[in-house]
Design a protein. Structure first.
Lengths: 254, 279
């Protein structure tokens, strides 16, 4: 079966003054349908650039990105992207933020409202429908962002360190939530993180990136699900994988 | 169990706050009482000292000012002239604000054009608007048009510059968010640029309101045969200080009403601002 996402010889450089700053060089990656791929790397290794290219937000300097064999030149509605920073509309309350992707798809108002209510319950924000983003905590805003992305019914999810700024407990809760939503949905997930444990707990494949997006390690993770964080920490296979990823990250820094 | 935990931490916690009448309104009542006392004291001292410490020809006195207002009211001078000035303010504000918002949106979207025009706009903005009055008299005569346009010229730049700033400061991330939802240019404009720039637009409108008054009155002071500026000039020419002060009282009342409008706009502005910033 052909991959959902395919990147070939991908390079990206940004222009600053008279210099080109290379963010990504000759990058290749295939993502299979229905898979959960964790992309692991230190900050500044081009992880976010990869996602922006996959989302079609920025054009590559050279090389190609394909979505189901079609070149990506602009954002597609089948692909949902949860960016690192909050991009909720501050003038819309929670419900209207979540309704927004449906609004653009011209879903009738009643249907929109029902679906939004259902999503709000699913991410555990019942009672906050009429709150504005600034009245919510960081974790709640993340959940609204997640619900908004899901409201667009994407078949592929791109997530850029979505839980990076949250406290450990909330992060664990949202990770569990994400897995629950993903399992059985048939969706493909590309999850970018700098946290080794997170990459291992979530992904069924971990790709470790070094500088300029060099793939240092591409490893299938066959740990059984559900993966309980507390049990995993003492699981010998988990510990061995953790060690390998740590080494790979260290090597990638060179 | 997890469901319980969720409910406790996620439901908004609303607690009734018990406050006595004084606890709730006390500060506001004291402030207003102090204001009233202050005005009363100033008026009394003024009235009492007018012939003792100062020459009443220069300072007039509150009772005379009041008499002048009553007299003008009976002659019909007061309202007819005030109405002229109010009209100039309203028309001037409307014309200037509409032109400012429209050209602000257009120019902010046309980046290259904006960069070309920017220094010229700033130069025009920096001209004191009084300096335009003689030119406007040549062009439009000394009737109402000239005052309306003088007020509009002042309002225009304030609204224009704030609108441009509002449009240009729209968060790139929000625009990308709409693009990711499959939105095109039109959606970006309608769902992001317009609401996001509202803060700038409203700030511009807010700042410009008092300037509409200033523009109109300056126009009247330079050349006119009607309006509050004309009343001031006329009274001063006859050494009628009571008349000058009476007009200033009317102007302050108009200014106070305009500031009330600004206050309402401010409340609208902060509707989606964080809770703690509101009072």
């Amino acid at each position: 079966m052909s991959p959902v996402l395919r990147m070939r010889n991908l390079s990206k450089q940004f222009v600053k003054d008279d210099k080109g700053i290379v963010a990504l060089r000759d990058f290749d990656l295939d993502v299979a349908e229905g898979g959960f791929v964790s992309v692991l790397g230190r900050s500044g290794c081009g992880k976010s650039t990869v996602l922006n290219l996959l989302a079609g937000l920025i054009p590559p300097t050279s090389g190609d990105v394909f979505y189901r064999e079609q070149p990506i030149s602009r954002p597609r509605v089948e692909v949902g992207y949860l960016t690192q920073s909050d991009t909720l509309m501050p003038w819309r309350d929670v419900r209207r933020n979540i309704e927004m992707p449906m609004e653009l798809k011209k879903v009738p108002a009643r249907e929109r409202r029902e679906r939004a209510a259902e999503l709000i319950e699913r991410v555990g924000l019942g009672g906050f429908e009429r709150h504005y983003p600034r009245e919510l905590s960081g974790g709640m805003r993340r959940r609204v962002g997640l619900a908004r992305m899901l409201a667009g019914d994407p078949e592929t999810l791109l997530m850029d360190e979505p839980f990076g700024a949250l406290d450990a407990q909330l992060r664990a809760e949202l990770q569990k939530e994400l897995l629950r939503l993903w399992q059985g949905s048939g969706q493909t997930v590309v999850f970018v993180t700098h946290d080794i444990e997170e990459a291992l707990l979530l992904g069924d494949r971990v790709v470790v990136l070094g500088r300029l997006g060099r793939v240092v390690l591409d490893e299938a993770i066959d740990l059984p699900r559900p993966r309980d964080p507390d049990e995993m920490r003492v699981d010998t296979r988990f510990v061995a994988l953790h060690r390998r990823l740590t080494d790979a990250l260290r090597e990638g820094a060179r | 169990m997890s469901a319980d935990v969720k409910e406790v931490e996620d439901a908004p916690q609303v607690v009734p706050i018990e406050r006595s009448f004084w606890g709730r309104y006390g500060a506001r009542i004291s402030v207003w009482a102090a204001r009233v006392v202050l005005v009363a004291v100033v008026l009394l001292v003024w009235q009492w000292a007018a012939d003792r410490w100062f020459d009443v020809i220069f300072t007039s006195r509150p009772s005379e000012i009041w008499d002048r207002l009553v007299e003008w009211q009976q002659d019909g001078i007061l309202w007819s002239n005030t109405w002229v000035t109010i009209q100039e303010i309203i028309y001037g504000f409307a014309v200037g604000a509409a032109a400012g918002v429209l050209s602000g949106f257009v120019l902010a979207s046309a980046t290259l054009l904006y960069r070309v025009l920017d220094p010229f706009v700033m130069a025009l903005y920096s001209i004191p608007k009084v300096a335009l009055a003689p030119l406007f008299i040549v062009w439009f005569g000394i009737g109402m048009h000239m005052k309306v346009l003088l007020a509009a010229a002042t309002v225009f730049f304030l609204v224009f510059l704030n609108t441009v700033a509002g449009v240009r400061e729209v968060d790139r991330g929000l625009i990308d968010a709409v693009r990711l939802m499959g939105g095109g240019r039109w959606h970006v404009t309608l769902k992001v640029v317009l609401p996001a720039s509202m803060t700038g637009v409203l700030t511009g409108l807010k700042v410009a309101i008092p300037y509409a008054l200033i523009g109109a009155v300056i126009g009247e002071l330079v050349a006119s045969n009607r309006g509050l500026g004309y009343l001031i000039n006329d009274a001063a020419a006859q050494f009628d200080t009571a008349g000058v002060f009476a007009t200033l009282v009317v102007l302050s009342v108009i200014a106070a009403v305009l500031n009330l409008l600004v206050g309402l706009l401010d409340r609208r502005l902060s509707r989606w601002k964080p809770l703690e910033a509101r009072r």
